[in-house]
Design a binder for this molecule. Structure first.
Ligand code: ZN
Length: 78
């Protein structure tokens, strides 16, 4: 967990990281999405962040008010 500024609380609070899968090229069925998840998960690198950077949205959630903020590092510099 990391202390970050929360816009809703207007102060620094504890934040939890959340990874959420983006809508992918795979089918919309649960089975297809599960397959996509497994392929990403076992694709050879130990880091799920690096392996699935283009598949996952990274959020931080304020532990005080549970406000979620999209925080995809990397996109900021493109
Ligand atoms: Zn908050």
């Amino acid at each position: 967990m990391a202390v970050q500024y929360c816009e809703k609380c207007s102060k620094d609070t504890e934040h939890k990281e959340i990874m959420k899968q983006k809508p992918s090229k795979y089918g919309k069925s649960k089975k297809e999405q599960f397959k996509a998840f497994l392929e990403g998960f076992f694709s050879g690198t130990a880091s799920p962040v690096l392996a699935s950077l283009d598949l996952l949205d990274r959020y931080v959630e304020c532990q005080t008010c549970h406000h979620r903020k999209l925080e995809n590092h990397g996109d900021e510099f493109q």
